[in-house]
Ligand binder design. Structure first.
Ligand code: SAM
Ligand code: SF4
Length: 540
C-alpha cells in the first residue's frame, strides 16, 4: 500500500569531505566516468518517474554540489510537469556560492548536514576544514527565504551528544529544522551500537532543559518526529531510523550515481536502469522493470535488525553488542512463548509473569524493544501505584520534565581491603599496571559521567562537578574511596556518586589482582545527599 512518490538521485559518488561515519580517509573507490549517469540520462529517468507519480526529487551524493552541471540539472528538473519539490542534501561547503543560482533554477528545499557547532570538532569529524562555509551556507539559505532550512545532525555518543542543547538554541532566532539523526551502523554484520544515541535519550535530555517542548503534528510518510520550543523561530526533529524504523510508510526510491535503482537504503541495488537505458529499452519496458523492482521491496529493511544466529564472542570492545544480542534473542524467545496468550494468563496470574531475561524492562518503543507493536501480546497490568512502570507494567523512566530545577549533591563511599602485601605496593606505587590511586580516581569520574548508560532507568543529567578522592587506611590495609557529585537539575545525583565510588573500587581491584585475589570491596554506600523533594539525607 505504499505510494512511492519521492525519488532521491545521487549526482556523484565523490565528496569534498570525509565524514568519519560515511567515508574512509582515502575516499570511496570511484566508478569510471563513462559508467556514471549523464545529465541527459538523469533527466530521462526523472521524467519517467515523475510521469509515474513521483512528486519530489532530492539530489544527493556523495556531495551533489560538486557536480559542475548541478545548476543546469535543477533547471531542467524544474520544467517537469507534476514535480512539486526539488530538494538537495548538501554538506554546505559550496552552498553560499551556488545558492542564488540554484534558487533561480528552481531549487525549493535544502537539507544541510552539520554535526557539531564547534569548529575543531567539525574538522575532526569531516577530516577537512570548512566549518564557517557551512554556517555561511545556512545563513544564506535563510536569507534567500528557504523555510525551514533543514540541518541534519547525526548524533554520536562520545562525539556530539553533549551539543543537543546548543543545537536547540540554534533554532531560537533562525527558521531552522534541526534534525537529530540516530547514527546508523551501516555495516549490518559489524554491530556498532555503542555510538548510537536513541531518540528517547535525546528527547529526555532536551526535555530536562525545555519541559514545555511542544510535539508537532507529523505527516504519514514523514520520517521525522518534530518538536518546538515555544516562541523559538525554528523547530527540532528526530529521525529514528534505528530505534523506531519507518519502513511501513516509506515512500522513497533511490537511483545511484551509476544508475542503479535501490528500493531500500539497506538493500542491494535492484536493477541497473543505466544498462537498460543504454541498450535502448522503451519507456514502457523501463516502467515495467521499475514496477517489478518496487514490487519486490521488503516490508522492512534488513541488515540492521537481523540478529546473528550465533552469539558473538565477548571481547573487551564488543560487550554492548553481545548484550544486545542477548536482549534481542531473548525478546524473540519471549515473543514465541507469548504466542498463546490464554495459556500465559492461566499460568501467570496478574503481576506474577516471570521473564528470564536481563532486558525484561525494555519498554515498548525503546531501542532494546524488538516487539512488533501490532502483534505484541499484552503483559498483565502491574500496580498503578508503582512509579517506574508504564500502563502495561513494564519498567519505564520517570518523566522529570515537570519538576523544578534545584541544586543537588550526593556523596558516596566505598572501601577496598587489599591485604598487607598489595596495600604496601599501592602505597609505594609499585604496582606493575601503574599508579593505582590515580587510575582509579579517573575511572570514578568517568563512571559518574556514564551512569545513565549503565543504570537502565537513570536520567542523563548534566553534572556540574565530580570529585573522587582515595586515601589509604593502614589499620585495615584498605583504600578508602569518597566520591561527590553536584548538579543543578530535576533529579538527584546519588546514583552518579555511587557509580563513581563503585567504578573506582573495581579499578583498584583490577590494578591489584595480579598480586592477590584476596581483595574485598565493601561498604559501598551513600553517605549524604542534598536537594530534591524527599529532602536531605546524611548517614550518621
Ligand atoms: N554529502 C551530502 C551531505 O553530507 O549532506 C549528501 C550525502 S550524505 C550521505 C546524506 C546524509 O546522510 C547526511 O546528512 C549524512 O549526515 C547522513 N549520513 C551519512 N552516514 C550516516 C550514518 N552512518 N548514520 C546516519 N546518517 C548518516
Ligand atoms: Fe558522506 Fe556527505 Fe560527509 Fe561527504 S559530506 S563524507 S557524502 S556525509
Amino acid at each position: 500500500g505504499r505510494q512511492h512518490n519521492y525519488l532521491r538521485i545521487s549526482l556523484t559518488e565523490k565528496c569534498n569531505l570525509r565524514c568519519q561515519y560515511c567515508m574512509p580517509e582515502e575516499g570511496v573507490p570511484l566508478t569510471p566516468k563513462s559508467e556514471l549517469l549523464t545529465a541527459k540520462e538523469i533527466l530521462t529517468l526523472a521524467r519517467l518517474f515523475v510521469k509515474e507519480g513521483v512528486e519530489k526529487i532530492r539530489l544527493t551524493g556523495g556531495e551533489p554540489l560538486i557536480r559542475p552541471d548541478v545548476v543546469d540539472i535543477v533547471g531542467q528538473l524544474t520544467k517537469l510537469e507534476g514535480l512539486k519539490t526539488i530538494a538537495v542534501t548538501t554538506n554546505g561547503i559550496n552552498l553560499a556560492r551556488l545558492l542564488p543560482r540554484l534558487k533561480e533554477a528552481g531549487l525549493n528545499a535544502i537539507n544541510i548536514s552539520l554535526d557539531t557547532l564547534v569548529p575543531a570538532k567539525f574538522e575532526f569529524i569531516v577530516r577537512r576544514k570548512g566549518f564557517h562555509k557551512v554556517i555561511e551556507g545556512i545563513h544564506k539559505a535563510t536569507e534567500l527565504g528557504y523555510h525551514p532550512v533543514k540541518v541534519n545532525c547525526v548524533v554520536m555518543r562520545g562525539f556530539n551528544e553533549d551539543e543537543l542543547l546548543g543545537f536547540v538554541d540554534f533554532t531560537k532566532d533562525l527558521p531552522l529544522d534541526v534534525r537529530f539523526i540516530e547514527y546508523m551502523p551501516f555495516d549490518g554484520n559489524k554491530w556498532n551500537f555503542k555510538k548510537m544515541v536513541s531518540y528517547k535519550e535525546m528527547l529526555d535530555t532536551i526535555k530536562q532543559r525545555w519541559p514545555d517542548l511542544e510535539k508537532l503534528p507529523c505527516e504519514t510518510s514523514s520520517t521525522a518526529k518534530s518538536y518546538k520550543v515555544p516562541h523559538f523561530q525554528g523547530q527540532i526533529s528526530f529521525i529514528t531510523s534505528m530505534s523506531e524504523h519507518f519502513c511501513g510508510s516509506c515512500n522513497r526510491l533511490r537511483i545511484t550515481a551509476d544508475g542503479n535503482l535501490k528500493v531500500c537504503l539497506f538493500g542491494n541495488s535492484e536493477v541497473s536502469l543505466r544498462d537498460h537505458l543504454r541498450s535502448g529499452a522503451s519507456e514502457e519496458e523501463l516502467v515495467q522493470i521499475i514496477g517489478e523492482a518496487v514490487g519486490r521491496k521488503k516490508k522492512q529493511h534488513a541488515g540492521m535488525f537481523v540478529v546473528p544466529e550465533k552469539k558473538p564472542a565477548m571481547t573487551r570492545e564488543n560487550n554492548v553488542e553481545v548484550l544486545l544480542w542477548e536482549a534481542l534473542t531473548c525478546q524473540k524467545e519471549r515473543r514465541k512463548s507469548f504466542l498463546n496468550e490464554a495459556e500465559l494468563r492461566k499460568a501467570s496470574p496478574v503481576g506474577q509473569v516471570s521473564v528470564d531475561c536481563q532486558f525484561k524492562e525494555a519498554s515498548p518503543g525503546s531501542e532494546f524493544c524488538t516487539r512488533d507493536l501490532g502483534s505484541c501480546t499484552k503483559v498483565p497490568r502491574a500496580s498503578d501505584n508503582l512509579t517506574h512502570t508504564d500502563e502495561e507494567g513494564r519498567a519505564t523512566m520517570v518523566d522529570v520534565g515537570g519538576k523544578p530545577d534545584s541544586r543537588r549533591s550526593a556523596v558516596a563511599g566505598a572501601v577496598v581491603r587489599l591485604g598487607e602485601k598489595a596495600f604496601g605496593m599501592v602505597r609505594q606505587n609499585q604496582m606493575k599496571k601503574g599508579d593505582v590511586l590515580a587510575v582509579a580516581q579517573i575511572a570514578g569520574i568517568q563512571g559518574a559521567k556514564l551512569t545513565s548508560q549503565l543504570i537502565p532507568l537513570c536520567h542523563n543529567i548534566p553534572l556540574n562537578h565530580v570529585e573522587v578522592s582515595l586515601s589509604l587506611d593502614e589499620t585495615r590495609y584498605a583504600v578508602v574511596i569518597r566520591s561527590s557529585c553536584q548538579t543543578w537539575g530535576r533529579t538527584g545525583v546519588e546514583m552518579e556518586a555511587l557509580t563513581a565510588a563503585s567504578l573506582a573500587a573495581l579499578t583498584v581491584y583490577d590494578m591489584c589482582k595480579a598480586v592477590t585475589h584476596d581483595i574485598v570491596i565493601e561498604e559501598v554506600k551513600l553517605l549524604s545527599k542534598t536537594g530534591g523533594q524527599r529532602g536531605d539525607f546524611s548517614r550518621v
